[in-house]
Design a protein around this ligand. Structure first.
Ligand SMILES: O=C(O)[C@H](O)[C@@H](O)[C@H](O)[C@H](O)CO
Ligand SMILES: [Zn+2]
Length: 296
């Protein structure tokens, strides 16, 4: 990173209620992301054509990931679904939390091997009734962690041997040893603490140098951290308080796309952040790499 501070510019003034889950789809050259409370899946087209697309759904959608075989997999309020992008038809894959009132799926991401990791949260964010699940490429689903309040950011080190994870109210980023063969996680430890920070850690991505980019809910920024030392080493200010997630995209993965939320901001405070809920983009001076797609 040079001395010049990267700036987040608004690329889509869409005023999402709760923008989240950006993932670069290199097959279409578009950014896939969701509006959880707006119950929408969005495709942002950065080309001159600006051929964006929005799919309206009937339930909250916490995360959307492309499938290698085409279409998407969605982690929604009432379970995991496949979405056919031509017909916009949903096919239910399962709901590990059938009968658990008040929970919904939140952030999710695929690993290199095509597993889809997605977690749940208590919509009041008051009880640790959530879990982190792993949907294997063969369609089997397992619970990997329980006792989670707000399952959020996920990421893997460039060597795929460490998985990073955020349960937002803990104000920590934890790491696990990651077994890429089996998807097994072990040896949980805390690598970053947000104690004393203004924002709460939300979504996250990992750059090619192994540093973490963390979106800060209530923090007006995305910040870059070294998970080896636990230190913050950079930041990109965002003109919206509730910064929810970020992902590298663009042809060479040199752009950082940033999602934000507009909900829960009192009207009189919206004047200070008229772009809240927008999709932003910055050039942080470091690159990321291709996201995993669901392999099943
Ligand atoms: O963006 C998300 O992942 C959640 O859905 C949000 O609700 C916030 O993270 C949460 O409110 C912060 O505590
Ligand atoms: Zn989130």
């Amino acid at each position: 990173m040079g001395d010049m501070q990267a700036k987040a510019e608004l690329v889509w003034d869409i005023r999402a209620a709760l923008g989240e889950g950006p993932v670069w789809d290199h097959r279409t050259g578009r950014l896939l992301w969701v509006d959880i409370e707006g119950r929408r899946v969005h495709y942002y087209d950065p080309s001159e054509a600006g051929d964006h697309r929005t799919i309206q759904l009937e339930q909250r959608v916490g995360a959307a990931v492309p499938r290698t075989a085409g279409g998407l997999v969605l982690a929604m309020q009432y379970g995991l679904y496949r979405l056919d992008l031509e017909t916009e038809q949903l096919t239910k894959l399962g709901d590990p939390e059938e009968g658990i009132e008040g929970n919904r799926f939140n952030d999710g991401k695929c690993d290199e091997a095509g597993r889809f990791w997605a977690g749940t949260m208590n919509m009041k964010e008051s009880e640790p009734t959530g879990s982190l699940y792993c949907l294997e490429a063969d369609g089997s689903l397992r619970r990997a962690l329980e006792g989670i309040t707000t399952s959020n950011g996920l990421g893997w080190s460039p060597d795929n041997r460490t998985m990073y994870y955020i349960d937002t109210p803990t104000r920590r980023v934890d790491a696990f040893d990651y077994d890429g063969e089996t998807g097994g996680i072990s040896n949980r430890r805390t690598v970053i603490s947000y104690e004393g920070e203004k924002g709460f850690p939300d979504g996250m991505t990992v750059d090619n140098e192994g540093m973490l980019w963390i979106a800060e809910w209530g923090g007006w920024q995305v910040s870059r951290w070294n998970p080896q030392t636990g230190e913050r080493i950079g930041r990109i200010p965002v003109p919206a308080a509730q910064v929810t997630s970020c992902a590298f995209g663009g042809e060479d993965y040199s752009e950082l796309y940033i999602t934000t939320a507009r909900s829960w901001i009192p009207d009189e405070q919206l004047a200070e952040q008229p772009q809240a809920g927008g999709l932003f983009r910055a050039r942080p001076g470091v690159k990321g790499s291709a996201a995993g797609f669901y392999g099943g």
